[in-house]
Design a protein around this ligand. Sequence first.
Ligand code: HEM
Length: 141
Amino acid sequence: MNTQQIQLVKESWGFVIVKSEEAGQLFYSRLFEVAPGVKHMFKGDIKEQSRKLMSMVTYVVAKLDKLETIVDEIKSLAKRHDKYGAKKEHYSVVGECLIYTLKTGLGDRWNSKVEEAWTEVYKVLAAAMISNQETAAVAAR
Ligand code: HEM
């Protein structure tokens, strides 16, 4: 992820976060449409869940130029996801839904550079989550 990509992600997220409730709703309705099998994993109120997801993304976006400072938080998030039953294969569908939400939310502001930048962010984040889950699984054996 280069500086220009970080900048693009920060700028574009600013336009999504002002409509964060709609964006969160769009994300989960898309997720449950394309992956109905994960719906049962979400036990709480989706509006609340949506707020948590949006604020976590906001947090990560703010730290993109110093991701090494949030490694522990990502590790804990990964551990909690292990308990929720999130599997490696779920990360790609969640990533697709995130891209779909951003694309829809950004409208004319969406372009291939923005898409590449967000794809990179999600790749880094998902890889960190998955590798932490795998490390935890090995440690639990
Ligand atoms: C990098 C990607 C992801 C991020 C940033 C993320 C973020 C979050 C956050 C912030 C929460 C709130 C609770 C907490 O902090 O522990 C949460 C809960 C949850 N996430 Fe994720 N998540 C991601 C990927 C996934 C994936 C791939 C799945 C699999 C389907 C998933 C399923 C869940 C479930 C089931 C909950 C708990 C819902 C409940 O308690 O009702 N997440 N996620």
